[in-house]
Structure formats: C-alpha cells, structure tokens
Design a binder for this molecule. Structure first.
Ligand code: T4K
Length: 368
C-alpha cells in the first residue's frame, strides 16, 4: 500500500531501534531468567523511579491490576468516589474489587472529577477517591488533598495517561496516596503491556510489594491473599529501550498539538483546559464537537478517507449496564462523552497527515 493511501489510525505504538531490543533479548537468552524480578525488570524499575521522582514504585503487568492493587493495599471497603469520564478500566477495577462506585460529575472545562461536588457524596461508607488525570491533565490535586485530609480518606490517582506530566514543577507522583500508570502499547511510554504503581507512604510499600507477588514473603510463607501483578524481562527490555526516547516523544506530541491547533482554528472546537502550571505530556488530542450528530458526521467523513479517530471515553461510565450506582445522571460527563473525539496522535504522524485530517474536519463542519 502506498504511503498516500495508508490508513491513519488513532495511534501507532512507538518502536525503538530493533538492534538495541535484540541485544537486551540476547541477554535474556544467556541468563535464561525470564520473569520474577530479573535484572531487566530491576533496571527498568530503577530508571522509572528516577523518572517519576519516587522510590516507592513497582513495574507491573498492566494499569488495571495497578488500580486493583492500589485499592487492595489500602484495604478499601464499601464505596469509592470516582469519575464517570475515564476509560472503563477505572470503574471495572472498582467493581472487580467488590466495591461500589459512587460517581461525581466532572468539571466542564478540565474534564476531571469536580471537587466541588465530592463532599456531598461522602458518607460513612466512603473509603477512597479514585480520580483520573484525564488525558494527562492533572486533577485539582490541592482541593482533593484538602478533602482527603478533612475526611481521612485516601486518594488514588489513575495516572494511566499522566506519565511525564508535572504540576507546579512537581512530578505528578507528589500528589495523592497512590498513583497508577499504564504502559500499554498505545501509551506514549510503553512496555508492550505493562503498568506501574507508586505510593507516597514508605510504610505502605512493603505491603504493595507483598501483594503483587501472591503475598509470598519467601521461606514457603504466604502472608496474605496476594495476586500476580509482576511483569517480565521481555516487557522490561522494551521499556528500557523506550524510556530513552520519552523526552523526544513528548516534544513531538507537543508540536503535533500545535499543528492541530493551528490547522483546526476554523473549526472552533472545544478543547480541554489544561492548568497553566502544568508541564503537560500531550498524551492525546481530544476535541469536543457542538453536537454528537456533528461528531458522527465528521468521524464518518474521516473514515471515508481511511482516518480512524476514536471516541475516548464513550459511553460515560455511569451509564454502563452493569454499574449499580445511586447517582445515575452525570449531565456534564454524559454530554462531553457523546461529543468528544480523539484525533490521531503518534510519533510517526506527519504534518501532512495533520493538515489532511484537519482540512477534512473543517470542510465537513463548513459544509453543514
Ligand atoms: N485507566 C485509564 C484512564 C486508561 O486509559 C487505561 C487504559 C487503564 C486505566 C488501564 O490500563 P491497562 O490495563 O490497559 O494498562 C486502549 C488500551 O488497551 C488501554 O490501555 C487504554 N487505556 C485505552 C484508552 O485504550 P484501544 O481500545 O484503543 O486499543 P486498540 O487495540 O483499539 O488500539 C488503538 C489503535 O492503536 C488501533 O487503531 C490500532 C493501533 N494499534 C494498537 C495496538 C495494540 C497498533 O497499531 N498496534 C498495536 O499493537 O485500548
């Protein structure tokens, strides 16, 4: 297929130099040590601890199990206050842990959980807040911290999208009790499949360590009902190659954002408000259309041109059929979720691709 007609997907994983990956994989062959805290996993953890600015971090098998481990290690029970505007993994992990999600609507500008609406949902059954830094945009971390201290409930940040984001010059891991990350192939930093968990309290870290490895503390002793959340040497090898490229990946995304902003000026679409003191990671390029009908028309026209944008995050999580929640209507989340479209964004995306995508969007809107 010639370059011109190649489909443009919403994302395309970054791949490092194959030689470097092969070299690391050869070492795995030599050692015959494939998983369970091998040298590559240990080395990647060291690098990631330095990158995210916290010594209390583990590399895990994915970002969903990271959320489950977060709730398990904090012994969360009963109700969890959470956002209806996130990937389904945020809600599913709560339900999977046998907990009840209590949704709180989002802020119409930042698209993150609205702290002003949290307090009235807190009851004696509430035992945690699980909030997503949506599309890498930091939540109102200060207000959430105040609520957390006032009611003595922990905050878990689903930071799946926020790898590399900083707020007020601090790493995103400075906020909340636990941060969880996803290093899935579609993320700006990836380990094919993978995730991470970081906690603030050093006393909690040994417990996380124990729970991620079956609760096994050696000497044929199983302390607690743990799970297997470990990741392998092969995944770590990909991570060790990719971590070297993160700065340039973020730079490229920043310039893609600027191009989109420029070429989409005429379309007048709503964008997410990013707090001005954020060092943003540009992880997605979401735009909100005035109506769902307009979104569907534009998405169809893009598809007619082999361009596949994605409706992250649709539907609003409070409307999932298996969710049993007391507060079912989340007008802001439901409205944005019906109208938001993430445009293609990845390292190999060219300026010509962006011009093509933007001009189809502008022309489709103008033609209506
Ligand atoms: N919390 C939040 C807020 C999250 O967004 C996520 C995951 C999680 C928690 C859970 O983390 P993990 O347990 O996943 O680590 C993706 C990812 O699977 C998922 O990690 C991600 N968020 C979610 C937002 O999206 P899809 O449905 O986009 O994947 P898929 O297969 O449709 O791929 C998207 C595009 O990328 C396609 O057009 C094809 C292309 N692609 C994809 C893969 C996997 C490739 O070209 N090569 C590939 O290998 O789910």
């Amino acid at each position: 297929m010639d370059e011109q007609n190649k489909p443009i997907l919403v994302t395309k994983p970054f791949l490092p130099e194959k030689d470097k990956f092969d070299q690391l994989v050869s070492g795995i062959w030599d050692r015959c040590w494939l998983t369970n805290n091998g040298p590559l996993v240990n080395k990647l953890e060291e690098k990631l601890r330095a990158y995210i600015g916290s010594p209390y971090f583990h590399f895990l098998s994915n970002g969903t199990i990271a959320l489950q481990l977060a709730m398990k290690s904090l012994e969360v029970k009963g109700e969890v206050i959470t956002t209806p505007f996130s990937y389904v993994a945020t809600t599913n992990s709560i339900i999977w842990e046998g907990l009840n999600p209590v949704f709180v609507d989002i802020d119409p500008d930042t698209w993150n959980i609205d702290p002003e609406k949290i307090e009235k949902e807190i009851s004696n059954k509430t035992s945690a807040i699980v909030a997503t830094h949506v599309f890498g945009n930091p939540c109102d971390v200060q207000k959430l911290e105040e609520i957390s201290s006032k009611y003595d409930i922990p905050v878990i940040y689903d930071a799946a999208h926020a790898f590399g984001t900083r707020f007020k010059k601090s790493p995103i891991t400075d906020f909340g009790d636990i941060n969880t990350f996803s290093f899935h192939a579609t993320k700006l930093f990836h380990t094919i499949e993978g995730g991470g968990i970081q906690c603030k309290n050093p006393d909690l870290f040994p417990k996380i360590d124990l729970l991620r490895n079956f609760g096994y503390n050696g000497k044929y002793n199983f302390e607690e009902a743990g799970i297997n959340a470990k990741n392998s040497e092969f995944h770590a090898a990909m991570g060790l190659c990719n971590i070297e490229h993160v700065a340039k990946i973020i730079e490229k995304r920043k310039s893609d954002h600027e191009h989109y902003d420029n070429y989409l000026k005429g379309a007048n679409l709503q964008k997410q408000t990013i707090h001005k003191e954020t060092d943003y990671n540009y992880s997605y390029y979401p735009v909100v259309f005035p109506t769902e009908k307009m979104l569907l028309t534009v998405a169809k026209e893009l598809e007619n041109n082999s361009i596949y944008a994605r409706r992250y995050f649709f539907p609003s999580l409070n409307t999932l059929k298996y969710v049993n929640t007391k507060n079912i209507e989340m007008p802001i989340s439901q409205s944005i979720s019906k109208r938001v479209l993430c445009l293609p964004l990845y390292f190999d995306l060219t300026q010509e691709d962006i011009i093509k995508i933007s001009s189809i969007i502008c022309q489709t809107i103008k033609g209506r």
